[in-house]
Design a protein around this ligand. Structure first.
Ligand SMILES: [Zn+2]
Length: 321
């Protein structure tokens, strides 16, 4: 099968009946993610299924024209880059599925605001501006599912994998028919083998580094024991038995700990009780914030403070100060 050419969209073939799709240029920082297209296959699924392919509506129309009709769409979690455009999959006739509790974030931005704890520190207008910049629109109806079970569409099976270090509703997928594991937003975010990325993202109160390590171990076991291919929301396709994604994610978490540990030592003379988040945020440990302003500065400070907090809790140096 030769892959069609679509401006600003790239298709990569994983198997004869599964494609990865990637929007190249995106309207804002957190507006899109790569996802899978499960093409119709005799005896499996009559209509196409989209898995977490959050791309702009004009591209959804093109994908629908090429591979549709799509009768089902599955979202992996309620972060903005995974839900902004899902409403348009609904417009073209797909039933929308999303994991609990984040399924409600696709229906109402207030649920996103409160669900991720933004309301404890930030004004709703900040989140409204963020959502508008990413072109978020709510869906009308979303069917929620529990993590750990399977979704069945005709004879297509999608096993959901709880990867809740990233967010409490974050789901990976395993497609037993095609031996593909999709680890979605776990933290393998290298666009190609020689590039670098941010790595695992745990910028919310609910995230957990310890759980992250377990999730990385779990997906590695599934990949090595059951899968031929590994895909993610922001990376290239990896073939069995290449364990690059797992090594990369573990190293990134360790490097993040080193950054926070060094920052603590650089604030020499401070006592534990005097360590202020503001002083750590000024160091731009994770995000260059000097050029940011308005709601983006507020958001990045919010996320970075949560990441720093998690590493502070497990820093051996904090106890020495
Ligand atoms: Zn995410």
């Amino acid at each position: 099968m030769s892959l069609p050419e679509v401006e600003n969209l790239e298709f990569r073939k994983i198997t004869d009946s599964i494609l990865l799709a990637h929007q190249k240029k995106t309207p804002f920082y957190f507006s899109c993610c790569d996802g899978l297209i499960v093409l119709p296959k005799k005896g499996r699924n009559k209509k196409a299924i989209a898995l977490d392919l959050n791309i702009e509506p004009y591209l959804i129309d093109q994908v629908n024209r090429l591979f549709g009709p799509f009768d089902n769409y599955v979202c992996t979690h309620g972060h903005m880059d995974h839900m902004a455009h899902v409403h348009h999959w609904e417009n073209i006739g797909a039933n929308i599925y999303a994991p609990k509790p984040e399924s409600s974030y696709l229906l109402d931005l207030h649920n996103f605001y409160e669900g991720f704890g933004f309301h404890e520190e930030l004004d709703f207008h900040c989140i409204e501006k963020f959502a508008t910049s990413n072109k978020y629109h709510p869906c009308k109806k979303v069917s929620s599912f529990e993590l750990g079970g399977s979704l069945e569409f005709d004879n297509a099976t999608i096993e959901t994998i709880p990867l809740v270090g990233h967010s409490k509703g974050h789901s990976g997928f395993f497609l037993p028919d095609e031996k593909i594991i999709h680890i979605s937003c776990l933290g393998f975010d290298k666009p190609n083998p020689s590039s670098d990325g941010f790595g695992p993202w745990y910028g919310f109160k609910e995230c957990s580094i310890a759980q992250y390590i377990e999730d990385i171990n779990l997906t590695e076991t599934i990949f090595l024991q059951r899968a031929d291919f590994l895909t993610s929301s922001h990376a290239y396709i990896v073939k069995h038995p290449d364990t690059t994604p797992f090594t990369y994610m573990r190293i990134k978490i360790k490097e993040n700990q080193v950054k926070v540990d060094h920052a603590l030592l650089s604030l020499n003379g401070y006592k534990k009780s005097n360590i202020r988040m503001d002083d750590l945020l000024k160091l731009d440990l994770f995000f260059p914030k000097k050029k940011l302003q308005g709601f983006m500065l507020d958001l990045y400070r919010y996320w970075e403070s949560k990441i720093i907090n998690k590493h502070l809790k497990q820093s051996k140096y904090l106890n020495l100060l």
